[in-house]
Structures are given as structure tokens and as C-alpha cells.
Design a protein around this ligand. Structure first.
Ligand SMILES: [Zn+2]
Length: 319
């Protein structure tokens, strides 16, 4: 969650520190250019310089110290929250009981945040779409020390998704990086069934792997994943998604992650498609639509309702 602190700091620097600096520099210029009033021994000039020094010192103390105190407090609070989130995720990594709690928690938080965001959803439907943001990251397992897919292949999916959600939904899709997890993936974490078997399989060792790898790879998002709001969507690379012909899988709000196959190098929009499912988009029959079961290979589209559904997701936030 530390990213919030960085964003707040960036905002302070851009919107407060910079304008204040400009103003103080302007004052300095004015003092320099002023001509002396000799009748009072140049009092106008030295009063001006005095004012400049006071302003400079006060603004420096308020802005710089304020900024760093805020940042440090923010970071400490975040670390504490993420440690709590991490511990919760460890519990959620326990097969069966952890898996069942996880499924319930993920759906409950989704429904709560959708209710909270109902007005925003309606606004979006009639075209009010201020910029929102959504985070996602990729986790890649290795077999015998070799990642099951190269970074270049992953980046194709990443770039396509970022570009797509930016232009079609006015969402700033922020990529948080590729994590090569050291956790050894069990068979169920490498071959995922996109059916009822896969759904219930997530309560067993496969789901534990996804949860534990997320907790360790994406620690700074732990708390958000527990409360749901603004949680990263995690794209796990797997070897195979069954049944045959399926390139990826998502069980909507059930998980904070989606899976995509490593082998489909001709497809750039699989990650974008699965993220659509994670945000409640079902399949549609239009072959040009991103959510067609056989994802289009170029220039996919989304309908007005689909765009609004994605923007309404708990993953998609203003802050
Ligand atoms: Zn699909």
C-alpha cells in the first residue's frame, strides 16, 4: 500500500512545492530589481529581503518537513497494515478452510464496494468517466530454475492491456512488475481447470500456492487485497489452462488473480480479456469484442455497459 504515500508526496511536490518555489523566486526577483529609497536608507529593499528570508524559511519548514513527516507516518501505517494483510493472507493460504474464507471474503468485498460505487457506475453509463486507475502485476513460476515464459512475451500482454484499458475505459492501468516467484508451483498451480473442477480446486493446494505466492511477491498490496478496494489484479502465468482451447481463466470476484497460458505467443489480449472477467465481464458473441471467448488478436472493443462494469469493479479506483 506504500504506493499511496509516494503518490501523495508526488502530488504535494507538484501542486504545492513547485508553485510555492516559483512564488518565492518571484519575490527574490522583485527584491533584486527594486531601486533604493534613499530617504530611508534603502529600507524598502532590506524589508523586502527580510520578507523573502522569512517566507523562504517558513515555506521550507512547512512544505519540506510537512511532506517528509507525512510520508514517514504514511509509510509506517502502510507497513503495519500490510503486515496485518500478510498475516491474513497466510491464514487464507491454508488449504480448504483458508480457501473457503478467501472465496467468501473476495465476493463480500466486491459486493460492498460495488454498492458504494453505484452512483459512479450510473454516471459511467451516461458517459461521465473521469480518469480512474487499476493496478496489476505478473507472477511467473520457474521449473528447474527456468521461468516458464520469458519477460518479452509477458510484456506484450502487459502493453496491450495497458493501452487497451487506457483508450477504451479511461483507466490508467498501472503495471507493478514481473515477479519471478521462488515458490515451487504444485501441478495444480501449473495446470488450471477453467471449470467447476478448477473453482473447487482453488480451495486445495493450487489455491494455496496462488495465495502464498501473491502474499510474498506482492507484499505491498497485501492490505488492499484483504479489503478489496484498489487491490491489484495478479496475472499468474501457468503452463496450461483446461479444457483444450482455453488460453486463460478467471473466476470473476472469486480470486484476486487470473491465469494465462505461457504458450500462446500469437495472442496479445489474453491478459486484458481475463482482467475483464475479473471485473465482471461475461463472454459475448461479437467476434470483435474483447470478451469474445476466442479473444480478438487486434483492436478489440468493449460496449458502453462493459466499460461501465469494468470501471465499477473494486479493483478500479480514483485514489
Ligand atoms: Zn474468457
Amino acid at each position: 500500500m506504500g504506493r499511496v504515500c509516494k503518490e501523495v508526496q508526488d502530488w504535494v511536490e507538484e501542486k504545492i512545492e513547485k508553485p510555492v518555489d516559483t512564488w518565492v523566486n518571484q519575490l527574490q526577483k522583485t527584491c533584486k530589481q527594486q531601486s533604493c529609497n534613499w530617504w530611508c536608507l534603502c529600507c524598502n529593499k532590506w524589508l523586502c529581503w527580510l520578507a523573502w528570508v522569512v517566507v523562504k524559511v517558513v515555506t521550507w519548514v512547512v512544505v519540506t518537513v510537512g511532506k517528509w513527516v507525512t510520508r514517514i507516518v504514511c509509510e509506517v501505517v502502510n507497513v503495519v497494515l500490510d503486515v496485518i494483510g500478510f498475516v491474513v493472507e497466510l491464514i487464507l493460504s491454508i488449504p480448504i478452510i483458508g480457501g473457503i474464507i478467501r472465496t467468501i471474503l473476495n465476493w463480500v468485498t466486491e459486493v460492498i464496494w460495488r454498492l458504494v460505487g453505484l452512483l459512479d457506475f450510473l454516471g459511467s453509463l451516461v458517459g461521465i468517466r473521469l480518469r480512474k486507475k487499476m493496478y496489476f502485476g505478473v507472477i511467473v513460476p520457474s521449473i528447474d530454475g527456468t521461468p516458464i515464459v520469458g519477460d518479452a512475451e509477458i510484456m506484450r500482454q502487459v502493453d496491450a492491456a495497458v493501452d487497451f484499458y487506457n483508450t477504451s475505459c479511461n483507466i490508467n492501468l498501472i503495471f507493478t512488475g514481473i515477479c519471478h516467484t521462488d515458490i515451487k508451483a504444485p501441478e495444480a498451480g501449473l495446470v488450471v481447470g477453467c471449470d467447476a473442477g478448477g473453482f473447487f480446486g482453488d480451495w486445495l493446494v493450487g489455491g494455496s500456492y496462488f495465495e502464498f505466492a501473491s502474499a510474498t511477491c506482492k507484499f505491498t498490496d497485501s492490505f488492499r487485497r484483504v479489503i478489496g478496494l484498489g487491490a491489484e489484479i495478479i496475472v499468474f502465468i501457468v503452463q496450461d489452462v483446461t479444457p483444450a482451447g482455453t488460453n486463460g481463466c478467471s473466476f470473476a470476484s472469486t480470486h484476486n488473480y487470473v491465469v494465462i497460458e505461457a504458450k500462446r505467443t500469437d495472442q496479445a489480449f489474453v491478459a486484458a480479456h481475463e482482467m475483464g472477467h475479473a471485473c465482471w465481464l461475461p463472454h459475448v458473441s461479437d467476434p470483435t469484442n474483447l470478451m469474445n471467448p476466442s479473444t480478438p488478436t487486434a483492436n478489440p472493443i468493449l460496449t458502453n455497459v462493459q466499460v461501465s462494469l469494468v470501471r465499477w469493479s473494486k479493483h478500479c479506483v480514483y485514489f
